[in-house]
Design a protein around this ligand. Structure first.
Ligand SMILES: Cc1cc2nc3c(=O)[nH]c(=O)nc-3n(C[C@H](O)[C@H](O)[C@H](O)COP(=O)(O)O)c2cc1C
Length: 204
């Protein structure tokens, strides 16, 4: 059994605190570490179903297609946030600038899954756990990850020719970066305030 020291606990705390969402303006194109792609397989999953799969996208034509979809959806989003002028200036993806993109998929089960008999989304939540593992592990290698969600999953599945039995959970942009911000960009820009622990914890 591994027992972690206080120093190691502090390092994990640092990695969690220093993890950032990376947008296009901060990526550079240096070769990415393979270990990162192996790091997702230790995430927790309902019934140990490990329902995640990853599509690694390096092809520029495919990325351009995904980018066009982002542009289209972001144009609509700009209208939704019409009253907040700042939205127009936000950089919200790094599809083309990153070293590679990864589409993270949930494979719908063919038979019953232990633990998923009542709450049917548990498999999808497990995939999100795998994404968080990747995100934190990437940060420990000083590799940046950005999650792009202003995309229609159906369209992305079409571009990437992903079969019906899969659901797109996340679209990630990954690559080395020159710098990691100390605070979330949306906090610095005044888009949202950071919540305190007291605000989000209720004792009953
Ligand atoms: C499910 C999910 C979807 C997200 N989608 C986007 C996105 O489409 N574009 C973007 O710029 N950031 C996206 N983000 C990143 C958040 O904006 C970011 O996590 C938040 O502002 C806090 O900043 P930090 O991750 O740097 O700490 C997403 C994050 C999550 C967890």
């Amino acid at each position: 059994m591994i027992k972690f020291t206080h120093k190691e606990q502090q390092i994990l705390k640092q990695i969690i605190t220093a993890r950032r969402d990376i947008r296009g303006n901060r990526f550079n194109k240096k070769e990415i570490l393979n270990e990162l792609l192996n790091s997702t397989n230790n995430a927790p999953s309902v019934g140990f179903s490990q329902p995640w799969e990853f599509v690694v996208i390096k092809d520029n034509d495919k990325r351009n297609e995904v980018y066009k979809e982002f542009e289209k959806q972001n144009k609509k989003a700009k209208k939704i946030f019409d009253s907040r002028e700042m939205y127009k200036s936000l950089k919200l993806e790094g599809i083309k600038e990153s070293y590679l993109n990864i589409a993270v998929l949930y494979k719908k089960p063919k038979s019953d899954i232990l633990g998923q008999t009542v709450q049917k989304k548990m498999g999808e939540y497990s995939v999100v756990c795998a994404i968080q593992n990747l995100w934190l592990s990437a940060r420990s290698y000083n590799i940046g990850v950005g999650w792009v969600s202003i995309l229609r999953p159906k369209k992305i599945k079409k571009i990437l020719q992903i079969p019906k039995e899969y659901k797109l959970i996340g679209y990630l942009c990954i690559g080395y970066v020159d710098t990691f911000l100390d605070t979330p960009e949306l906090e610095t820009l005044g888009w949202e305030k950071k919540k305190s622990v007291e605000e989000v914890v209720r004792w009953v």
